[in-house]
Design a protein around this ligand. Structure first.
Ligand code: WT7
Length: 664
């Protein structure tokens, strides 16, 4: 399936219905008025919003400092955990549900109120302090989607520590790399977890990661181990390393329930989140406290039109930015109630997601196109059977372009034609939604279109020479000014941040995506323009996978491209050249794929490994990926003449050899 962000408009764009209460944005005019103010006077705009939060001392947002050095109310101090929890409890909402935690196995449920969560956070904060964690120290969290994960994130925030969540699908090697890069002394890990039919032994993976880190010269002093009710662990007490490993339940039980709040400067880092870039090494994207807090909260409120009493459900994992901004921070900063689901959308049956929505009366659902496409072919949601989706009002999608067929199914079948679809475009680096349709009554939605910039975002399109494209047209999507949740730096390497995002066109934040602006001024994302791939909404760097492939002793060289995939959006296709004298075989193919699983994680293992006698290169030694992409897409039926001009290759006969090796 080709990404269809540029698909023609459907004959009848569909407006969202009028919600049962006064929406936060009652009309398009209301959006335009707020947007205009956010651009004309960003300081006043964000200060007014910020004033709804708790701060110590006052100052202004200063976007004039430029896109590289955004600073948000730099003379103020605040605490995100205080604003996410204590603020609601002080207002008398301690008994409000923060999380309906739904286990992997149906029927396994826990309810966590704001007061419960605040209690865990305070105790956990003390547990971390007792292990020497101080303001600014990084704590790595390797945990699944259970309430202990947001609690641990908030516990870090409460004491001014910086969390670095590592997605539970990453391997020991990848986890070790992130631990070493961030120099974390404390790791919090969940022992084991059920994900669908599988049991995943996270503690065993983390133990191995700590060994790898130690061999690389970095020793983790403390590992705090949580357990998930019902998950089977193959490890036993003997696996707890004396002096290093600490049992979460015991430690939290014994800890003091009072934990002093660390009021940090607004620009103090809140978290690091590693993400793929165009080089082999992932970048530690650093987000700040104040600007991120206000932006995550504001985008959540407007994009999902969240109102008190609504139940919000995001299927995203806290190992990615979506889980940071729209599970832990945005919702809790709005005092929201949400569903937190441990498992996968299609376990034990493809109806699971719809059952969860129905059981909790979910009002806003936020998921990825890959999930929508996977479920589309399976069980129809219950509302399709009875023709109503009473509770659902806003349906969100994120992470990759959504094709119009999936969009229409989401709108017509899941939303029973009565929900707004918000196709939110943003990135780990933007911290929150940068471009998205908003659930404004009467807004003409366009399937597959991210439509309009959020408050404070000045989007522009550049041509290859760096000139701005005016009016209708296509180009590189950039952001022209600072916004509160802009990444502040790349952990330990500010030069890399400036080079990667501002190096090519100084003064503009380079998103790495291409986009088209239509006659109405709406934006359509056309996909990455760099070497980053998107598989099931997971961002994967070509260079990262290639580095993993060449670690295998039999591999001389590798090049990875993506091919369209009906469910995953893109899937990885690797061209691998073997060392001289090595025979290709099925076993070798499996070993090479395992190499990527070990280095990065199963989600990054290529679906196809094509034995390449050699790779097509230009005279300057650059691999011609355009040709590889065509061969991967065309399969065994690819004809030489489909490949375009190959005359600039050092050795054009390489292409014939590649076409001959299909299915070998
Ligand atoms: C890249 C960022 C942001 C949350 C999850 C991914 C792609 C994201 C959309 C969308 C088209 C999208 C872009 C972007 N992307 N959302 N609605 N339509 N493409 O965060 O891992 O930092 O990846 O995901 O290519 O640059 P991420």
């Amino acid at each position: 399936m080709a990404p269809t962000a540029c698909a023609p408009l459907p004959a009848q764009p569909v407006p969202p219905p009028v919600p049962p209460h006064e929406p936060h944005l009652p009309s398009l005019a209301a959006y335009h008025a707020l947007y205009a103010r956010s651009i004309a006077d960003p300081s006043a705009f964000w200060r007014d919003i910020a004033d709804e939060f708790t701060w110590h001392s006052k100052s202004n947002f200063d976007p004039a400092a430029g896109p590289v050095h955004v600073s948000f109310l730099p003379d103020r101090r605040t605490n995100v955990a205080y604003n996410a929890l204590d603020r609601w409890i002080s207002a008398g909402h301690g008994a409000r549900v923060a999380f309906y935690a739904e286990g992997n196995e149906p029927g396994r449920r826990r309810v966590v109120t704001y007061a419960d969560l605040a209690d865990s956070v305070a105790r956990m904060g003390n547990v971390l302090r007792a292990r020497g964690v101080r303001k600014g120290d990084v704590v790595v969290l390797y945990m699944p989607m259970v309430p202990e994960l947001p609690a641990a994130m908030l516990a870090c925030a409460r004491i001014g520590a910086v969390h670095s969540v590592v997605f539970g699908g990453f391997s020991s090697e990848a986890l070790a790399g992130r631990i070493v890069d961030s120099k974390a002394n404390v790791v919090v890990v969940t022992e084991a977890i059920g994900r669908g039919k599988k049991q995943i032994q996270l503690k065993a993976i983390a133990d191995r990661a700590l060994e790898i880190a130690e061999a690389a010269g970095h020793r983790v002093e403390h590992q705090i181990v949580t357990k998930v009710p019902g998950a089977e662990s193959v490890s036993d007490e003997a696996c707890m390393v004396a002096g290093r490993d600490v049992d979460w339940d015991e430690a939290v039980r014994e800890a003091d329930a009072e934990c002093e709040v660390e009021w940090v400067e607004s620009e103090h880092p809140l978290f690091v989140l590693y993400t793929s870039g165009s080089t082999g090494k992932p970048k530690g994207v650093v987000h700040s406290t104040g600007g991120y807090m206000v932006y995550a909260a504001t985008t959540f409120k407007y994009t999902f039109d969240y109102h008190e009493g609504d139940v919000f459900f995001s299927t995203s994992d806290c190992g990615w930015i979506t889980g940071h901004s729209y599970v832990t921070y945005g919702p809790l900063l709005n005092g929201a109630t949400q569903v937190l689901y441990e498992g996968v959308p299609n376990y034990p049956t493809p109806a699971r997601l719809w059952e969860i929505c129905e059981h909790y009366g979910v009002n806003q659902l936020y998921t990825a196109p890959t999930v929508i496409r996977a479920l589309k072919g399976a069980a129809p949601p219950p509302q399709a059977r009875d023709g109503k989706a009473e509770a659902l009002r806003v349906l969100g999608t994120v992470g990759e372009p959504i094709n119009p067929e999936a969009w229409m199914w989401y709108y017509e079948v899941v939303g029973a034609r009565r929900c707004a679809i918000v196709d939110t475009w943003w990135q780990t680096e933007t911290g929150g939604h940068a471009m998205t349709p908003l659930p404004i009554p009467g807004l003409q939605m366009k399937p597959g279109c991210a439509m309009m910039p959020f408050f404070g975002i000045q989007a522009a399109l550049l041509n290859g020479d760096g000139a701005e494209v005016e009016g209708e047209g296509e180009g590189l999507l950039v952001i022209k000014s600072g916004w509160p949740a802009a990444l502040r730096t790349v952990y330990g390497d500010h030069g890399r941040m400036e080079e990667a995002y501002f190096g090519r066109f100084p003064g503009y934040y380079m998103t790495g995506d291409g986009a088209r602006r239509d006659a109405d001024g709406h934006y359509w994302l056309t996909g990455r323009v760099d070497d980053i791939l998107n598989v099931s909404g997971h961002r994967i760097g070509t260079a990262e996978v290639e580095s993993a492939l060449v670690l295998h002793h039999a591999v001389a060289e590798a090049a990875v491209v993506s091919v369209g995939h009906a469910v995953k959006g893109e899937s990885l296709y690797a061209f691998v050249s073997l060392m001289g004298g090595v025979e290709a075989s099925g076993d070798l193919r499996a070993e090479i794929r395992a190499c990527v699983r070990n280095e990065i994680g199963a989600f990054a293992a290529p679906d196809a490994v094509h034995w390449a006698p050699a790779l097509p290169k230009t005279r300057s030694g650059k691999i011609m990926r355009r040709i590889l992409r065509k061969i991967a897409a065309g399969g065994a039926r690819t004809r030489r003449e489909d490949l375009g001009d190959t005359s600039t290759l050092t050795d054009p006969s390489v292409v014939d050899a590649l076409l001959d090796t299909f299915g070998k």
